[in-house]
Design a protein around this ligand. Sequence first.
Ligand code: PAF
Length: 299
Amino acid sequence: MSGRAKPRYDKDGLTVHSDPNSLRRVTKALRGSGRRVTLVPTMGALHEGHRELMRRARSIPGSTTVVSLFVNPRQFGPTEDFDRYPRAFDADVEMCREEGVELVFAPDVDTMYPPGFATSIDPGPLGGELEGAVRPGHFAGMLTVVNKLFAIVAPDVAFFGEKDYQQLTLIRRMVRDLDIDVHIVGVPTVREEDGLARSSRNAYLDDVGRRASIAISAALAAGQYAGEQGPAAVVAAARGVLEAEAALDVEYVELRDPELGPTPEIGPARLLIAARAGKTRLIDNAAVSVVRRETGLSG
Ligand code: PAF
């Protein structure tokens, strides 16, 4: 471990580290002094959803929170938006300070992936379904960076939004499968007043797309309501709302069990939607309670 790198920014009780080893030393010392360390991993361009993650993290008694800001190239496909993904470092640091966060980790790409870097986490079959079917390699890249963040920060608790429900599910599975000593907390999605789930990519929406996007949360609500009529009715109700919105192209509407296994006949389930408004892909999901069994399920 090198001991040289200095924090890149240190002001008003907030320190930005870009060197993993300098941050590792700090979090190790904190744990040694009896504090708990909490982690909010992000790709920056922070919004109210991230603010809620920070608030939840900061509410753990006797804890210090690390927020990571790193646009991870390994979770973007070659035709995806890595280059134009919004970056807002100063505003991000400001929001961290507003929320009383003391430690920010903002490494460079070369620091995270030095020449010769070759290891990656295999997400298993779920990594090729839903989002993974449209975004090959996305979940391997995401799990690899989350695993590295866990190794660097060694948090006691880490916070992720339910908005990216498949991501959250795969992280929970990785932690279980690889015996990683961290408690994962899923935080409910923060929405705009009209229902649109907060996301850094909402910044790409034009007026037409922004208006059309409301149909996604409306479709989830229609699906939840149809839970009384069985699983196929849930999917049909959600699809009906989405297909009535001409400016949306539906990619998938799926009802899965809460761990994203097959559609349950009855009981708790998760309804997941992906749709495009112009060039902007939007995803959202909601818990559904299926209270009536149905025959002739079509998956
Ligand atoms: O949800 C995100 O912002 C990213 O996928 C994460 C978890 C920070 C990993 O890069």
